[in-house]
Design a protein around this ligand. Structure first.
Ligand code: HEM
Length: 519
């Protein structure tokens, strides 16, 4: 008996590892067979050698990563494979490859990666983060109908009023430039989307400010939970799990804005105050019959409104910040722009949107800012939803695609001396030169996910640039002895990037300009 018991114990000790080993080999062989039938012998694109599973973590944490990615493409070609912690990632390094994959094959390259951070931070209500599918399409359609070029024209007066208020704030306290830039976009978009006029010191203003801090969560590599989703289950009280507090804060503020702002619009509709807004129109359409349930429609309205604000705020903010830096660093450009404004607009009024065809230099500055300092150097990363074959390479479903928009916008063949801020590159004989590649084709993203707010953004940026240059001189910041400080242009290493040093001196161009601002 004792002997049999010992024998069964020994056999158990050897059988279990043997079973595990056999199962592992079986699963591995099955994986290999399925991989071979999927890739049909095609290789993955080339890329740097890396440690198994860990991949290229160190590469992904490099400063100004868009430059490091360009170097990889110079070494390996226009499409480079850089796996990181088990995630397949491909960098696209040229306009041709980006167009082929993200525009022409957009039906299978429009997905988004679903990371734990999205839900933890409350960004699961932002449809820019959604997987490609029916739920995303319903949101995008609801959004897009209100931001088509013709629809965007309805918002020009609101944008103009917001910019005028921005000028007044700049005049009163130029040292709070960044705060005022946030203000100009918020005032415009909150009026357009929710129909609510700016109310200083109101709770909602503070909450709408706070909601933008969530961009921090998406700083590449900032939170380990991005790569190790199981960490999300660690309670906040466990030492080292402080990230749970950060995420809870962002989630709460996002939910507050998402729910309360739509309620404010609904209340305002009773006496007609908010009836012209996008949310009011969407709420009215809710009664129309279709396959979407009322609960889903309510969610869509809340999400679309929040996404319009979140999608536009950081991007427009960053672009305007870059504009101020460009003006500090390029006084000649500023002088030429002001000469054009003086000739076309004169000193008795502020510029209007319909001055645009007569202000090619201002329009060239607008294009050059988008090119020089792209806010989303990799757009928002796309993801493949099916296996693809491209140029003899296999790109599996679930591959994260990083189009290097920055590299396309800094390609010296398309834009000579790309580091220089040179609006003249877009002009020929005093007019916009249609032969120069429009930076918008890279700055606003690609295919079915291309930025649906771009017409709104363009109109807003144009009027801000034109009005600011018409009435203000932007010069270097001064030290305590009144000497100019030399600033440098460096973009922060974030998904939504922005220039780090925007110190400058802002003064009215003349007494007449001061009067124009105040009237
Ligand atoms: C300078 C200003 C702006 C820039 C440079 C910009 C750029 C971009 C880029 C690169 C994308 C990703 C496209 C892709 O996935 O390929 C995007 C998406 C998006 N943008 Fe903008 N954007 C700007 C302003 C705005 C504004 C003002 C709004 C709203 C009014 C807006 C709303 C959105 C939305 C909703 C998405 C997500 C689209 C989707 O995933 O279907 N953007 N934007």
């Amino acid at each position: 008996m004792e002997f049999r018991a010992a024998g069964s114990f020994i056999s158990q000790r050897t059988t279990v590892p043997l079973l595990v080993f056999t199962l592992t080999v079986f699963l591995y062989l099955r994986y290999r067979a399925s991989w071979h039938s999927r890739c049909r012998g095609l290789p993955l694109p080339p890329g740097p050698k890396c440690i198994p599973y860990i991949g290229n973590v160190s590469h992904m944490r490099k400063p100004e990563i868009w430059k490091a990615h360009r170097e990889l493409c110079e070494k390996y070609g226009d499409i480079v494979y850089v796996p990181v912690l088990g995630q397949r990632i491909m960098i696209l390094g040229s306009p041709r490859v980006i167009t082929d994959l993200l525009d022409k094959r957009s039906s299978v390259t429009s997905d988004r990666m679903q990371s734990a951070i999205i839900e933890l931070s409350g960004q699961d209500s932002n449809f820019a983060m959604y997987s490609y599918g029916r739920w995303w399409k319903l949101h995008r359609r609801a959004f897009w109908q209100h931001f088509l070029p013709a629809a965007s024209e309805k918002y020009l007066d609101i944008q103009k009023d917001a910019t005028r208020a921005f000028l007044q704030k700049l005049l009163a306290d130029p040292s709070r430039l960044c705060e005022h830039i946030r203000y100009t976009f918020r005032v415009g978009v909150v009026k357009v989307v929710y129909g609510i006029p700016e109310q200083d010191d109101h709770q909602y203003v503070a909450m709408m400010e706070k909601v933008l801090d969530v961009a921090e969560a998406f700083t590449p590599g900032r939170y380990l939970v991005e790569f190790m989703p199981f960490l999300r289950h660690i309670p906040a009280w466990v030492p080292g799990a402080g990230f749970q507090h950060d995420f809870a804060g962002w989630r709460n503020v996002t939910n507050w804005v998402r729910n309360n702002m739509v309620e404010k619009t609904r209340e305002g509709m009773v006496n007609g105050e908010t009836s012209q807004s996008i949310v009011a129109q969407l709420l009215e359409q809710m009664d129309e019959e279709d396959a979407v349930t009322t609960a889903d429609k309510q969610d869509i309205i809340k999400n679309v409104a929040l996404t319009a604000y979140e999608g536009g705020a950081e991007t427009t903010y960053s672009t305007l910040r870059s504009f101020f830096v460009a003006m500090v660093l390029n006084p000649d450009v500023q002088r030429k722009a002001q000469a054009e404004l003086d000739a076309v607009v004169g000193s008795n009024r502020l510029p209007e949107h319909n001055d645009l065809p007569n202000l090619p230099y201002i329009e060239a500055i607008h294009k050059e800012v988008l090119r020089w300092a792209p806010v989303l150097p990799f757009s928002l990363p796309h993801m493949t939803s099916e296996d693809i074959e491209y140029n003899g390479y296999f790109i599996p479903a679930g591959t994260l695609i990083l189009p290097n928009s920055w590299a396309c916008l800094h390609d010296p063949k398309t834009y000579p001396e790309p580091e220089r801020f040179m609006p003249e590159r877009f002009l020929r004989d005093g007019k916009l030169n249609p032969e120069v590649s429009d930076p918008a084709q890279f700055a606003f993203g690609y295919g079915r996910r291309v930025c649906p707010g771009r017409h709104f953004a363009d109109a807003s940026l144009f009027i801000n640039i034109a009005m600011v240059l018409h009435v203000f001189d932007i010069t270097p910041p001064l030290d305590e002895n009144g000497n100019p400080i030399q600033i440098e242009m460096h973009m922060a290493n974030r998904l939504v990037s922005h220039p780090m040093d925007v110190r400058c001196t802002i003064t009215p161009r003349s007494e007449k300009a001061r009067e124009l601002i105040l009237t």
